[in-house]
Write a protein that binds this ligand. Sequence first.
Ligand code: PMV
Length: 329
Amino acid sequence: MGRVHLAHLLHFLIFMPATSASAPGKGILFGEHAVVYGRPAIAVPIKQVKATAIVRPLINEHSGFVRIQAEQINLDSTLPDLSENNPIALAVRSTLDALKVNQPPAFHLRISSTIPIGGGLGSGAAISVAVIRGVSSFLGKSLETERISELAFDVEKLYHGNPSGIDNTVVAFEKPVYFVKGDPSEFIDLKEAFTLVIADTGKSTPTRDTVAFVRSAWEADKQKFEALFTAIGECTKRARQILTAGNPTDLGPLMDDNHFHLQAMGVSSPELDNLVVTARQEGALGAKLSGGGRGGNIIALVRNNGDSERIKATLTHAGATGTIVARVQ
Ligand code: PMV
């Protein structure tokens, strides 16, 4: 190996070590859809699942070369080969722009995730945040959490069309958030931890589609939908009081109410309703769909005394294709 090449290699190994970054999933406890219309929503990080980005230097490639690999979605490409509308490419490009790096040292970005894709658990936002964190830390630079959240928000627009911003906020800050579109985020210090059982219907509808459906239904009957959004907003406000005062088991009936309003909006589905009813019958304190709806996941609030394993098993028996027990604290 020539001296110049060796020096180059040593520089890479010393100054550009491989880095790994991750970001959690999220669950919307209250307020999905209503949040798009200015009502508050509450979301919590789900740390039992996460997206991970590993960035390694590529010593034999010219600077500016970027290879992106995500086996779960059969992606293996170089950055210039990915279109402007590719969310991962957008996350990489906007990170480089934000850091004012035109020609980064060549790198390989590898993405993996344990968050179900398209299930309302924030997989898109978590991948964006993990990529932004991974690329910036590989380059030895740091970005404020608020900036990471903003960059991830721009990517969310590709997924959602007109997102409220709740997903990128809870995933980037990794804290429970009381969120009102356009207002500074208010993070909630939980007085007491609680446990959720999350169950996947195995079906999914893009959030963009359910958001568009609600938009046209609202346009057709504004009075009905404004009343539903307001009723959901009241559940969310009451839930914030409970979370900051303690006694989170009191959230159960509010979750049931919120699900009832989401059904009235037309964003539930027979599969979601089946899992919600099953969880309640099995002793959950309350249950609702979480996220865009028409598929994806339900969340059920359970007591912490071993109920979770029984409810989880019953939900699987009732057709859930995946379950997660999440302690929220
Ligand atoms: O990404 P999802 O499916 O969890 O849905 C986000 C929640 C919505 O209120 C339906 C949309 C939004 O942008 O807030």
